[in-house]
Write a protein that binds this ligand. Structure first.
Ligand code: F6P
Length: 363
């Protein structure tokens, strides 16, 4: 019987539990044994009770729960080889040689490094008499499959990451609430949304709520942004609009790559447009709560395919990440997706904003 471990890593995202549920149940369906690794890579490094067998009923009710019920952490030990050595030993102790990781690009890269090192780690464990040749013999290859759980929708090669639509829904609801009070007072609001270095949440919120102005890192505004923004907003006001909503991504920059902060925008709207202006930073409410139907569906379909990928991949197959492209669940080489994601950051650093936008469009 194959033994498959699942862990969630990095920032939690709504829908991660749906993925864990699908993986556990699909593993059981294919007559494998499923193990939950608690608290992300921390659990892998600590081993013991942090790696627990999962039965069908252990994931009952998971689909509609937000966050991650098996816990997550940003683990420093796993970033160093001794931590990964310990993790390999713990996995062999439990008979696990396949891992499904639900996390962001950093967590998935860590998993691929682990896979590349795996034979060397086993040799080291044998050489130091921690394990015998017999112990490691059945575990010569490690299978890694990634699912992207992140509200940021920042991984290339997939149209959506698990959690991004729940977050977008939550943000839109918040903007709708701000709208009513803004309209009552004829105020302007600067609403800062998450996304780290990615502007997807900010851009889609702007589209979905009819915001007046949007700042995203991939398309920084020119040096004239203060005047440009005031012109647009004054035009909207002249047309009878009683409120002003500006959406700013937390990673927003100007073309010189200086940060544009919500307070900078507030000062401009107060002094130059003469508007009574407030700043609302939505924070972690954007990441919490019940997953929307899309994230339940996405995490379930991807969890199903992740188990199939474990069973189908040969030692020669590059580690896959399960994606969704034009509404189809597809597998892509994990490290290619990570490399393309990094290219966006490099394009921004090189101030090649056209390329950054093109690379995001390609997603
Ligand atoms: O990656 C998800 C995310 O919520 C980002 O949007 C945000 O920048 C970051 O995590 C916040 O991290 P933390 O929860 O560690 O404050």
């Amino acid at each position: 019987k194959r033994r498959i471990g699942v862990l969630t890593s990095g920032g939690d995202a709504p829908g991660m539990n749906g993925a864990v549920r699908a993986i556990v149940r699909m593993a059981i369906h294919y007559e494998c044994e499923a193990f939950a690794i608690y608290e992300g890579y921390d659990g892998l490094v600590k081993g013991g009770d942090m790696i627990r067998p999962m039965a069908w009923e252990d994931v009952r009710g998971f689909l509609s729960e937000g966050g991650t019920l098996i816990g997550t952490a940003r683990c420093k030990e796993f970033m160093e080889r001794p931590g990964r050595l310990q993790a390999a030993k713990n996995m062999i102790a439990k008979g696990i040689d396949a891992l499904i990781i639900v996390g962001g690009d950093g967590s998935l890269t860590g998993a691929d490094i682990f896979r590349a090192e795996w034979p060397g780690l086993l040799e080291e464990l044998v050489a130091s008499n921690e394990l015998s040749e017999q112990d490691v013999q059945p575990f010569k290859h490690l299978n890694i499959v990634g699912l992207v759980g992140s509200i940021d929708n920042d991984l290339s090669m997939t149209d959506a990451t698990i959690g991004c639509y729940t977050s977008l829904t939550r943000i839109c609801e918040a903007v709708d609430s701000v709208d009513t009070t803004a309209t009552s007072h004829q105020r302007a609001f600067i609403i800062e949304v998450m996304g780290r270095h990615c502007g997807w949440l900010a851009l889609m919120t702007g589209v979905a709520t009819g915001a007046d102005f949007i700042f995203i890192p991939e398309n920084p505004p020119p040096a004239t942004w203060k005047e440009d923004m005031c012109d647009v907003i004054k035009k909207h006001r002249a047309m009878g609009k009683r409120k002003t909503i500006v959406i700013i991504a937390e990673g927003a920059l100007d073309q010189e790559l200086n940060k544009i902060s919500p307070n900078m925008v507030k000062d401009v709207l107060s002094t130059e447009a003469g508007l009574d202006t407030r700043v609302t930073t939505l924070g972690h409410v954007q990441r919490g709560g019940t997953p929307c139907s899309y994230d339940r569906m996405l995490s379930t379909l991807q969890g199903v395919d992740a188990v199939r990928a474990v069973l189908e991949c040969t030692p020669e197959t590059p580690s896959p990440v399960i994606c969704i492209v034009e509404n189809k669940i597809v597998r892509r080489p994990l490290m290619e997706a990570v490399a393309q994601t990094k290219e966006v950051a490099t394009a921004i650093k090189d101030r090649d904003f056209e390329k950054a936008m093109r690379l995001r469009d390609a997603e």
